[in-house]
Design a protein around this ligand. Structure first.
Ligand code: NAP
Length: 501
């Protein structure tokens, strides 16, 4: 059967962002070639394809926010911009010949484990696939969250979310509302401010902002990194060590006061107006929400065509937003910088394990997976960047690579031993979750006095790993004793393979 139409594979990966591409590279490197990447879009890149808003960039240095197994000596800045990161991912796909594995325009609608056949059944918008292993690599920031504002349907102007930017909508001279002041908004607000007639920023909670200490890399440096890769590894190690130390502050929030002093000073320098400064000063401990890095966000807010509104939004009318004080703010464009469905990831409603229950039903609002990766009753399932793998202090690619090593370790073990099924032991999984819940007590995320998207609907911190990435790396060494590993009679499996031929 031709490669492109083959319907049974050993491994089905969903998504071609960092996680999917990283998984594909590592699988190939280890001699696993029978896999597909199911991609809902017609291009690779995940969040770095979707978030094309003006000013989009990464707030983690590129030396660290890239694969250790695919270094890029050509980064132009310490903190890369979105087009360069997307180009890097495309380069990885070409370099490792992944295109033939990718099925573009394949939206995964449902996936369920078929216990009789011992395989995953994956319904996509272009037909059904079956796979021995199912690897969601859909990311936690893939589904935009748009609040249901009263009256929004009556608005006559343009409305879009930052992750679905409408570049055809000319913003020059417009009256624009931005809702939200998170990591995305602080990047695009300074880009819009000089263009628009009026920018009204609706802020629910002010953010702590620190300067971004960026640097441009000249031709010489790039050549040097290309010629002597050890130099780039050294630069990466320095960034890694500095950032890794920060986790101590998140675990001992009193230590974060020093950072607060720096952030207050940054605010004082950039915003001279006392009243505006008051609006922009957070009342929670720094780190409780994601710390934002920007040199131009605060100065943009101090410009005469910007107004920061802190009254709650009451409703939207044809040409305006009305706030709780009864004031009508006239507008022609509304941009939501309101983040993503993280702990209520819609994908979880469409993945069913052996018992027929979906992940969402199992989780009841508190996502959990052993080492963020495997779930009891979901055999042969590796969730990349799954629950509890987010970070507040450094590059999430480090977590991803640990998960990839865990998955590869498991697959190699199974290949060696002739095993066909793996899932975590229920007791190990439960103990892990209880241990994490204990571990997050007293950290800045749970005691810093804020409400953040790190917390789930039950008020639990389930999205973050609360320790160092080194600790996660150590934990994720594959240990067979922690799993239920089985060898199933080959009958059912042979049947499924025959059907695919
Ligand atoms: P976010 O951090 O979740 O921020 C959403 C913003 O919208 C917050 O200010 C929130 O206010 C506000 N908001 C949400 N619902 C609202 C409502 N109903 N009414 C008024 N305001 C509302 O989203 P994001 O800025 O898109 O960033 C999401 C994540 O993406 C980041 O935390 C980060 O992990 C990642 N990101 C990374 C980079 C990078 O440089 N690496 C860049 C962009 C994004 P509250 O604070 O009051 O909830």
């Amino acid at each position: 059967m031709a490669e492109a139409t083959k319907r049974h594979v050993s491994i089905a990966i969903v998504g071609t962002g960092f996680a999917g591409i990283g998984a594909a590279i590592r699988l190939k490197q280890e001699g696993f070639d029978d896999f597909v990447l199911l991609e809902r879009s017609s291009e690779v890149g995940g969040v770095w394809r979707d978030n094309t808003y003006p000013g989009a960039a990464c707030d983690v240095e590129s030396h660290l926010y890239s694969f250790s197994f695919a270094p890029n000596p050509r980064w132009s800045h310490a903190f890369s911009r979105q087009p360069e990161i997307l180009a890097y991912l495309r380069h990885c796909v070409r370099e490792h010949q992944l295109t033939r594995h990718i099925r573009f325009d394949h939206t995964v609608r449902e996936a369920s484990f078929d216990a009789a056949e011992q395989r995953w059944l994956i319904e996509t918008s272009r037909g059904t696939y079956t796979a021995d292993f199912f690897v969601p690599a859909v990311g936690g920031l893939s589904e935009p969250s748009i609040p249901a504002l009263r009256g929004i349907e009556s608005f006559r102007g343009k409305v879009f979310h930052s992750a679905r930017w409408d570049h055809r909508h000319e913003l020059e001279g417009r009256k624009v509302a931005v809702i939200g002041t998170g990591a995305s908004a602080i990047q695009f607000v300074p880009e819009l401010q000089p263009k628009v007639a009026k920018l009204t920023l609706f802020q629910r909670t002010p953010a702590w902002v620190l300067p971004r200490i960026d640097a441009q890399f000249g031709a010489l440096k790039k050549r040097l990194y290309g010629a002597v890769p050890a130099l780039q590894r050294l630069a990466r190690a320095q960034i890694f060590a500095r950032r890794e130390l920060f986790v101590l502050g998140f675990r001992h929030p009193r230590a974060m006061r020093l950072l607060e002093i720096a952030a207050r000073q940054h605010l004082r320098q950039k915003v001279k107006n006392r009243e505006l400064r008051r609006k922009l000063t957070p009342s929670f401990r720094i780190g409780c929400k994601r710390i934002l890095l920007s040199n131009d966000y605060l100065p943009a807010l101090a410009q005469p065509n910007v107004e920061v509104i802190t009254d709650a939004i009451r409703e939207v009318r044809e040409h305006a937003i009305v706030t709780s004080d009864g004031r009508e703010h006239e507008l022609d464009t509304i941009i939501f910088g309101t983040g993503f469905h993280v702990t209520d990831l819609p994908f979880a409603k469409h993945v069913r394990g052996r018992a027929g229950r979906t992940l969402a039903e199992l989780w009841q609002g508190s996502p959990r997976a052993y080492l963020g990766t495997t779930v009891p009753d979901f055999p042969n399932f590796f969730f990349l960047l799954g629950p509890g793998t987010g970070l507040g202090h450094t590059s999430v690619i480090l977590m991803l690579e640990s998960q990839l090593e865990l998955m590869i370790g498991a697959l190699k073990h199974m290949r060696r031993e002739g095993l066909t099924s793996i899932e975590p032991r229920r007791d190990v999984h439960e103990r892990y979750f209880a241990e994490l819940q204990e571990d997050v007590k007293g950290t800045v995320w749970t005691s810093g006095g804020c409400e953040s998207w790190y917390l789930d609907v039950n008020g639990r911190l389930t999205s973050l790993w609360p320790r160092s990435t080194l600790a996660f790396r150590k934990r994720t060494r594959f240990r067979p004793a922690e799993y239920v590993l089985e060898r199933h009679p080959p009958a059912a499996r042979a049947r499924s393979h025959r059907a695919a031929e």
